[in-house]
Design a protein around this ligand. Structure first.
Ligand SMILES: [Zn+2]
Length: 476
């Protein structure tokens, strides 16, 4: 019955929308240039009048003397891309339930007549109080209804049925161009009389999503009165109220028009001025924060410093990482907060490149000392960890594989390389083993063993090595 009622709403003629559509698409207009007897004439598609002027090149912008708008100059042969959008109309039925109607329109330029054709069609009707969503359907036009399990039409069901996959409500249609006249009077006898929907609509927020959250959390209206539009926008996008809003302590932050992230930061870090809040907004993730914290424990001071240097946290983290690698004193304030971060960063990078060999050698040496205990000798084979980066290069050259690209990985301890050699000639590259967190990942001989597979006795040796130190072999 209610559905039937929704089916038979009075149609709305497109003339009702024309002014509104022209306003929405005002930037689509252009000045059509024509030359007659050596003079230049321009036709404004908005005010539909000709005027004379000096020559303006095509694609430049020029002002129309009548409507005072600046538009792009085109020729009669040019086309203008179509403009499409949605318009929302609010109504109520005889039981004072809110009806939301959505119209799609398309404004298309006709270069022959130098004017626009407007097509407009209703695509969705909602009885918001009863949660009934009716969609336009290409076959039966308005009036196609899908029933959910409970006999009601649910927007989620519709959407899943049409496109498959879960999407949030708001992804389906935008409800942010609302015909705003008389909204207050319309809502007078409805559930939404205190919703401040007129303000929401005038500020181009999505009224469907707003009402959806408002139904569960009527205090949202206070945020509207307080003009916290950035916060409302994020809240209705996420369809949930942040728990921080329930704490009266945090309400003081509503004096600024913060977005959700800024608001959450303000609550979490107990910030008390707008500048700090903006600074903390550049903290993108906790992870990044922690990466810096490992190098500089005073994260608060660090964030302020980075902000004052007009850099971001990643840049600062990179600088600190390099500074530590070169062996700077990480407790020295001149290192942690250089006067010119950019210069300090560049100096550090140059220093690093100059000393890279030395740094890498030191790192290799450290790794070697750590892994030395896994040296092993049995059945005429030995295995031992790499000691020097040059060994990886030689191993690669002799065995014709790519272990030389592992230099950085080994230096940073991300992986470990061991050499298997015959004990009769311990210097001659034979088989290369990569071991990571107790697991042998690969063992490669000449040309990656493509022509000659590894011999069984070599595999057995690696297995025995693994057994002795409780590693996991790749040959089981
Ligand atoms: Zn004009």
């Amino acid at each position: 019955m209610v559905e039937n009622e929704l089916c038979h709403l009075k149609g709305i003629d497109k003339s009702y929308f024309i002014d509104y559509i022209n306003k929405l698409s005002i930037k689509q207009n252009a000045l059509v240039r024509e030359q007659k007897d050596g003079k230049w004439y321009y036709y404004c598609t908005k005010c539909q009048k000709w005027h004379k002027d000096v020559k303006f090149n095509v694609k430049t912008h020029k002002k129309c003397p009548y409507c005072k708008h600046k538009y792009k100059v085109i020729t009669k042969r040019n086309i203008i891309p179509k403009y499409e959008d949605y318009i929302t109309v609010l109504e109520k039925n005889e039981r004072n339930e809110l009806i939301i109607r959505l119209f799609y329109f398309r404004r298309i330029y006709d270069k022959h007549f130098m004017n626009f054709q407007i097509a407009c069609i209703e695509v969705e009707r909602i009885n918001f109080d009863r949660n009934i969503y009716m969609k336009m359907n290409t076959y039966s036009n308005m009036g196609y209804i899908t029933h959910g399990l409970n006999g009601r039409i649910n927007r989620d069901n519709c959407y899943n049925g049409y496109y498959g996959g879960l999407k949030k409500y708001g992804d389906i249609y935008p409800y942010n161009n609302v015909i705003t006249k008389n909204i207050k009077r319309l809502l007078k006898d409805t559930e939404y009389k205190y919703s401040c929907l007129d303000i929401v609509a005038r500020n181009k927020l999505d009224i469907h999503d707003y009402l959806y959250v408002y139904k569960k959390y009527s205090k949202l209206e206070l945020l509207v009165k307080n003009r916290n539009f950035n916060l409302i926008k994020d809240i209705i996008d996420q369809r949930g109220i942040p728990p921080e809003l329930e704490e009266s302590n945090n309400l003081k932050y509503l004096k600024w028009n913060l977005n959700l992230k800024e608001f959450k930061n303000a609550c979490f870090f107990k910030l008390n001025n707008l500048r700090d809040i903006r600074i903390y907004a550049c903290l993108d993730s906790l992870e990044r924060c922690q990466a810096i914290e490992n190098l500089n424990s005073n994260i608060d001071k660090a964030v302020h410093y980075v902000f004052s240097q007009k850099r971001d946290l990643i840049f600062y983290r990179d600088y600190l990482t390099i500074a530590k690698d070169i062996g700077y004193d990480m407790k020295n304030n001149n290192v942690l907060y250089p006067k010119d971060l950019l210069k300090a960063h560049d100096d550090a990078v140059m220093n690093y490149t100059k000393n890279k060999d030395k740094i890498i050698n030191e790192k290799f040496n450290k790794r070697y000392m750590k892994l030395k205990k896994f040296e092993f000798h049995k059945n005429h084979f030995v295995i031992f960890p790499v000691m020097d980066p040059i060994e990886l290069v030689i191993e690669s050259q002799v065995l014709k594989h790519c272990v030389r690209t592992y230099v950085d990985g080994v230096a940073d301890g991300k992986t470990n390389i061991f050499f298997v050699r015959k004990d009769e000639n311990i210097r001659k590259p034979f088989v290369t083993v990569e071991m990571n967190e107790g697991v042998v990942i690969q063992a490669r001989g000449y040309r990656n063993n493509i022509e000659n597979p590894l011999e069984e006795n070599v595999k057995n040796f690696i297995n025995e090595w693994c057994k002795k130190f409780n590693f996991k072999s790749c040959f089981n």
